[in-house]
Design a protein around this ligand. Structure first.
Ligand code: PNS
Length: 159
């Protein structure tokens, strides 16, 4: 069974992430979307909230599971019996960082492959940070994140 892991912060999940999830789910037997627990960052949403939003937007994709992890990605892959990392690639600016991550993960476990999904043209500009910035200034979020996520963002901003 080909199990792939799509790791990230997903703070929050965007339509760009969802596009990668849908396309990767067609390629692998099982896709685990894994939210990084990173105490050194101050996210907008807790890990539990991010996991909940991901579950809401992927409930209809049978072979997708949502999980969270801390520590090294390579160790998490071992735990879930996977040797494939899925990443989305938007533009040249993503490349240097993603190249470095793919190389260090390869160094840590030569059996692991990182497979990149090029972003769909319409999501090339999209990131969780841009979504949060648009939201903070009251801009329109439709087309940027799924509707259920818009509700979570509004709720968070009201607080
Ligand atoms: O969505 P992001 O924030 O770009 O995702 C980054 C993520 C979670 C993929 C990356 O930070 C990660 O894999 N962190 C786990 C720690 C790790 O294994 N780092 C690489 C080797 S030092």
């Amino acid at each position: 069974m080909n199990i792939a892991v799509y790791p990230g912060s997903f703070d929050p999940v965007t339509n760009g992430h969802l596009d990668v999830i849908k396309r990767a789910a067609k390629v692998f037997d099982k896709l685990i979307v894994a939210v990084l627990i990173n105490p050194s960052k101050t996210p907008m949403f807790s890990v539990e909230e991010r996991v909940e939003m991901l579950r809401e937007v992927t409930f209809d994709i049978e072979n997708v599971e949502i999980d969270c992890f801390s520590g090294l990605l390579i160790e998490y892959l071992e735990k879930v019996n996977s040797k494939i990392i899925v990443k989305g690639l938007r533009m040249v600016s993503d490349f240097e960082y993603e190249f470095q991550m793919a190389l260090i993960n390869k160094k840590l476990n030569p059996e692991v492959e990182t497979i990149f999904f090029m972003t769909s043209n319409k999501y090339g500009y999209l990131s969780s940070s841009i979504v949060k910035e648009v939201a903070s200034f009251g801009g329109c979020l439709s087309d940027l994140v799924p509707d259920s996520v818009i509700k979570h963002i509004f709720k968070k901003l009201k607080k």
